[in-house]
Design a protein around this ligand. Structure first.
Ligand code: NI
Length: 271
């Protein structure tokens, strides 16, 4: 049975909560202060740029639901390409999909990723629910660690598979907090750890977008040969500013997104 876009997004949210212990209490914190209404600015998905599972495949259910392709971005240092999709119904979150340029990794990592993707049945990718179906391959701890040494992003996708990487609260839609700095302070006061790479706030009013995020909390993940405690997903917060024509800027800022990607890094000291 085909899901409506609202059902698909709701199912993605439920899947995301399972990997993001901080998300539910933070959502409730804002819901209590905003008459139950917390609007998502965007949802982010990650993949590898191999044909079978590439960005355009992940985008299909959203395009089928009326989303339209918008701007794209390059992240050379992280070997990533990304594109976002927007729906004419502005109450629906934007969908930001990134893909790792596999050919730019060392040969041993390329081989691991090709072996993983070879295990994915084509029919699974065609399913509307593929974007939150989880990990469709077997993976050893050694394979995970080999990838993590070269690309935190590759290791994250290998370990978690196809699931929302983060949801993002639209600060513009919060009555309780219009200022990202006070929002961050509320989260810190409540004991949450924020990503401080490049400062707590990425971007500025001058670039029309301010963003911050929690640091992905570590969760237990099963591998073929054991369990590791590794970063899950994070929660992001975005405030948009109006362009010259008065409409809110809807795009992204590559230098900010570059730092936000690090919210799932394993190597960060946990304060
Ligand atoms: Ni984001």
């Amino acid at each position: 049975m085909k899901l409506t876009i609202q059902q698909l997004l709701a199912a993605m949210w439920q899947d995301y909560l399972a990997l993001t212990p901080d998300a539910k209490p933070i959502h409730q914190l804002f819901a209590r202060q905003n008459q139950g209404v917390v609007v998502n600015d965007h949802i982010a998905l990650r993949t590898f740029n191999l044909d079978k599972v590439a960005l355009d495949k992940i985008a299909r259910p959203f395009l089928a639901a009326g989303y339209q392709s918008a701007d794209d971005y390059q992240f050379p240092a992280k070997k990533l390409y990304a594109r976002y999709f927007q729906h004419p119904d502005e109450t629906l979150p934007k969908v930001f999909i990134s893909e790792l340029k596999v050919a730019e990794l060392p040969d041993n990592c390329q081989k691991i990723i090709h072996d993983l993707v070879a295990q994915v049945p084509e029919s699974t990718v065609d399913e509307q629910t593929f974007c939150y179906s989880g990990r469709p391959w077997r993976l050893s701890i050694d394979q995970y660690q080999t990838l993590a040494a070269q690309s935190e992003y590759a290791a994250w996708v290998a370990a978690h598979g196809f699931r929302p990487n983060h949801f993002t609260v639209s600060i513009n839609h919060l009555r309780s907090h219009q200022d990202i700095h006070s929002l961050n302070q509320l989260l810190l006061d409540n004991g949450y750890t924020l990503n401080s790479s490049g400062g707590l706030v990425k971007g500025s009013p001058a670039v029309l977008l301010e963003q911050s995020s929690t640091l992905a909390r570590k969760i237990d993940v099963s591998f073929d040969d054991g369990v590791l405690t590794i970063p899950g997903c994070y929660y992001e917060f975005a405030r948009r500013y109006p362009m010259a024509d008065g409409r809110l800027y809807q795009g992204f800022v590559a230098s900010s997104a570059d730092k936000i990607f690090e919210s799932t890094d394993t190597g960060r000291p946990v304060p």
